[in-house]
Design a protein. Structure first.
Length: 105
């Protein structure tokens, strides 16, 4: 192969790379609008999936409590026997408002 043939071959390869790069840029530009739209609501989250929608479907929202039913019963029993909320909060490593919320359950 002569140098001229090598240069022509190199030119064809570069043109092919440029063409594939343009195709990829078009694909990315087309999907960029869809990505920004989906990230606003989160992946797979249907519209109207707020508290009202979740209560109608029976799904619980929020984080699972670290207090079991038995622990809540013990806290209620201790509070009924005269233990202060501050003492209960200290022994169970929770805040006062958390103890009050557990006592309401």
């Amino acid at each position: 192969m002569t140098v001229l043939e090598l240069l022509k071959d190199l030119l064809h390869q570069m043109e092919a790379l440029i063409e594939s790069n343009i195709k990829l840029e078009r694909r990315l530009a087309g999907s960029a609008g869809g990505v920004s739209y989906k990230t606003k609501r989160g992946p797979g989250r249907p519209r109207g999936s707020g508290k009202k929608a979740s209560s109608s479907t029976g799904k619980k929202r929020g984080r699972k409590s670290r207090f079991t039913a038995e622990m809540i019963a013990e806290i209620k029993k201790a509070r009924a026997s005269g233990t202060t909320v501050a003492e209960l909060a200290k022994t169970h490593k929770a805040s006062g408002p958390t103890i009050y919320a557990l006592l309401r359950k």
